[in-house]
Write a protein that binds this ligand. Structure first.
Ligand code: DNO
Length: 357
């Protein structure tokens, strides 16, 4: 595996490339053109500038998170063709610049959803948290307002204010889209882009829906083993793969994470590894990466990745806000650096004990 850190670009991130360069074992970042709008083709100049900036700091780009999908593609409306064409152009340009992994999601309206961005834990750190009772008690259009005050002046991915201003309209557009229709639209999109992925060797890595169940009655399909295997079979090309995100699939305690990893051998192109602490099955908070701080066995997750021969990029995921840092919730430097060191330690131990066995 290749340890990386997510970086939003110098205009948006409080963490610098120079800081990332000093995290032991991190040689690459996962980044994006954060100002890009879903549906537009990325320019060659912008891609090159992003690459040069990262390389000038002594790092490389291990992949993009995300090239976002325009709603017309998810809804399957008649204007989707132009947006698919633009997506293909972006993939071609990324491939020509030597970038071979693209993370994306197929969640309607909301990207990942949390109900609190700064829940205080016993140790004084603050973390993102989710409680179903809070979602059930709120109108979807109020969701953004309810968390906006805790964003520490940052724009959170999937929660862009312009997008949130259109929530009502978006709900209307998705009104005839159920799970099967969403699967069908995803299949159509993947079949159209696979020839380009084959040509440029681009691994597409779909991010799971988070939480891994329907919110506000919207369809959510990338939520469990059956559905993700259905997706792998429906477009049976190795470039059609997944981002295995333990914190997202793990929101549903019925998901057996190591077993899911093993069932996806050869199709995991990117891994997000983090821990959650459950208070009840529908109330959880994002713990430190260490197993004993949360509810998951992180050793078993890393061991499953090792056992399937995972060689792709991996990143520590959301971190707690600690040591007085002010950053995008989940994306500060300190706790993610601790996460990277811990995951690297687990990997070293697994590698050494396996080769001695
Ligand atoms: C949240 C992230 C997601 C993820 C997208 C992928 O922190 O994991 O926003 O990047 O769903 O497109």
């Amino acid at each position: 595996m290749q340890m990386t850190l997510r970086w939003y670009g110098s205009k948006h991130d409080t963490v610098t490339l120079e800081q990332i360069r000093q995290i032991p074992g991190v040689k690459s970042v996962i980044t994006t053109l954060y100002d890009s709008v879903p549906g537009e083709a990325w320019s060659v100049e912008d891609i090159r500038a992003m690459k040069q900036e990262v390389e000038a700091a002594g790092l490389t780009i291990a992949g993009i998170e995300s090239v976002n999908i325009h709603d017309a593609i998810k809804i399957g409306s008649s204007d989707r063709e132009q947006y698919i064409e633009n997506y293909i152009t972006t993939l071609e340009r990324l491939g020509q610049e030597g970038i071979h992994m693209v993370c994306y999601n197929f969640m309607p309206v909301f990207d990942w959803t949390r109900t609190e961005l700064a829940r205080k834990r016993e140790d004084g750190s603050t973390v993102l948290a989710y409680t179903q009772a809070a979602v059930d008690a709120i109108e979807p259009e109020k969701m953004f307002e309810s968390i906006a005050g805790d964003m520490n002046g940052t724009v959170m991915p999937g929660w862009e204010p312009e997008r949130m201003a259109r929530v009502k309209e978006l709900f209307e557009l998705y009104k005839d889209v159920d799970d099967d229709k969403l699967f069908e639209n995803l299949k159509y999109f993947l079949e159209r882009i696979m020839p380009t992925c084959d040509k440029y060797d681009i691994n597409m890595a779909i991010h799971p829906d988070d939480p891994a169940w329907s919110v506000f009655g919207l369809p959510r399909i990338i939520i469990n083993k059956d559905n993700i295997l259905r997706m792998m079979k429906m477009v049976d090309n190795p470039h059609n793969g997944v981002t295995f995100c333990s914190g997202s699939y793990g929101t549903n305690l019925e998901n057996n994470l190591p077993d899911m990893i093993r069932s996806l051998k050869g199709r995991i192109h990117f891994a997000h590894v983090r821990n959650l602490k459950f208070n009840t099955p529908t109330d959880f908070e994002e713990a430190a990466h260490l197993s004993s701080d949360g509810s998951f066995d992180m050793y078993e997750i890393m061991k499953a990745l090792y056992d399937i021969g995972f060689e792709g990029p991996i990143r520590p995921d959301h971190g707690r806000m600690i040591w007085g840092e002010v950053a995008m919730p989940g994306y500060g430097l300190y706790d993610r650096a601790l996460g990277a060191a811990y995951l690297n330690g687990l990997w070293e131990a697994i590698t050494k004990s396996s080769s001695k066995a």
